[in-house]
Design a protein around this ligand. Structure first.
Ligand code: ZN
Length: 465
């Protein structure tokens, strides 16, 4: 076996705490073959010294890459209803127009931004399957492969989640005209997932699972069919659930049960399941969900931006429920900001401080948030991504301790300052599957795609305000 890459970190986050003098050795399967704290000068002499503290790479558990194209462009009042559903109509302006080339340019830029912020893997909840007129592309993988190429160009790991989307709401017969690009069947999304899994390189940086868009968009029979097939293939399953109160009310009207309550009874939930948002989960639903081993994917910046509501984080933390974070609509691309917002939403609501640390019975708020988000990433990705430990994928990011935000901060409080002392510090260097991505963010193709989508002669030609 070829000698893997070796790094030396003066400080590294190992097993939930900072460890000193850590030797990191990656094998050519893209995983850590050795992670050892307290190594001697002799043991590390042939290792590449890192310029700062090394953190494990974090999984971004929920992304719709194309929505990067509307970040910052939906913040003007249209004088009518202003809520999730009116935002969704504006979001469809991007969904209906974007070409495979534009998607690739936007996703490449986005994924480079995510890498720079310390994410090393992204789970892409992908439902733009068809051409702009709603007809299938000649190659059913056209849009999926644009995302795969984008991830590979940026150097980030990818779990593609081709998404089943069949109807416009509970009990509806089919899709709305403006949802024509989402049309799919259990067989079509499973075919895409299988095809992408066949492309996976040996370093473990690409895989696929499936997503079920939501209970409103997938009928019960199709949900069970797709989930069972994914389960048989050992793939992760993601679903949007309980994000909006209206969805909870519609589900109660249709099924006489709350969304998670219904899912618990009608799907075989286990550790492969990832419930995205779960904002309105009741304590009873959380108690039952935790017993299945399923994870929740929290998307704090998007949930704030869309006015979704506040998740009962203290209860889920006290249960030791599994969760990861996602940047979803990408109004921010930094995990530090997601974790800060997650804690601050609780402080606003409860008028207390250090809510997450207290709920978990630990000392450091940032430590609890980071450790739990890290632990949940593997389930979201369907890959071993749980930190700096032998057998996990060889990912890390190096904290830029020369950043103003971290000036004078003792190493014991580095993580606290990273999360709670903005503006955020950047990332110095990183590894993904034992390889080092370039960390340059090239904006030209992104800007060109944005202009083609929205601008002519410097002015907006499509109204998505
Ligand atoms: Zn989403």
């Amino acid at each position: 076996m070829r000698e893997g890459r070796r790094w030396f970190a003066p400080l590294a986050w190992v097993n939930g705490a900072w460890a000193r003098d850590v030797l990191l050795v990656a094998g050519d399967d893209g995983r850590w073959s050795e992670v050892r704290a307290g190594c001697t000068a002799q043991e590390r002499q042939d290792a590449q010294a890192l310029a700062g503290p090394a953190l494990p790479g974090l999984v971004n558990g929920h992304s719709h890459a194309f929505q990067r194209a509307i970040a910052g462009l939906t913040e003007r009042s249209a004088q009518g209803r202003e809520d999730f559903w009116s935002w969704r109509d504006r979001m469809y302006a991007a969904a209906l127009r974007i070409t495979p080339e534009q998607l690739e340019a936007i996703a490449t830029f986005l994924y480079a931004e995510l890498l720079q912020a310390g994410y090393t893997h992204v789970c892409e909840f992908h439902y733009l399957h068809n051409d702009v007129d709603g007809k299938p592309y000649a190659d059913p993988l056209e849009m999926s492969l644009a995302l795969v190429r984008a991830a590979q160009a940026a150097g980030i790991g990818l779990t593609l989640l081709p998404t089943l989307y069949m109807r416009s709401g509970f009990g509806a017969k089919g899709l709305r005209e403006d949802q024509r690009r989402f049309a799919s069947t259990p067989a079509s999304v499973l075919r895409i997932a299988e095809a992408v899994r066949k492309l996976a390189p040996a370093d473990g940086t690409l895989t696929a699972g499936i997503a079920l868009h939501s209970l409103r968009a997938v009928d019960p029979g199709a949900l069970q069919e797709a989930a069972q097939a994914a389960h048989a293939a050992g793939m992760p399953v993601h679903i949007h659930i309980s994000e909006q109160q209206q969805e909870v009310d519609d589900c109660l009207r249709e099924h006489g049960q709350r969304p998670i309550e219904w899912l618990l009874q009608n799907a075989k939930l286990d550790a492969r399941w990832n419930l995205v948002h779960a904002t309105h989960a009741s304590r009873e639903e959380m108690d039952a969900l935790q017993r299945t081993g399923a994870s929740i994917v929290l998307c704090p910046s998007t949930e704030a931006n869309l006015g979704d509501g506040v998740f009962d984080l203290p209860h889920w933390l006290a249960l030791r429920g599994a969760w990861s974070i996602g940047s979803d609509s990408h109004v921010t691309r930094r995990w530090t900001e997601e974790l800060r917002l997650l804690e601050y939403s609780q402080r606003f609501a409860l008028r207390q401080r250090n809510v997450s640390a207290r709920a978990a019975g630990q000392e450091s708020t940032a430590g609890v948030l980071f450790e739990r988000a890290l632990a949940g990433g593997s389930a979201a990705a369907g890959l071993p991504l749980a930190g700096l430990a032998a057998g996990q994928r060889a990912d890390f990011s190096v904290v830029d301790t020369t950043a103003y935000a971290l000036a004078g901060v003792p190493s014991s409080h580095l993580l606290d300052a990273l999360v709670f002392s903005s503006p955020d510090a950047g990332c110095g260097a990183m590894a993904v599957g034992g390889a080092s991505p370039s960390l340059t963010v090239e904006a030209a193709q992104f800007v060109k795609a944005m202009h083609a989508l929205w601008l002519s002669h410097g002015r907006m030609h499509v109204s998505i305000k």
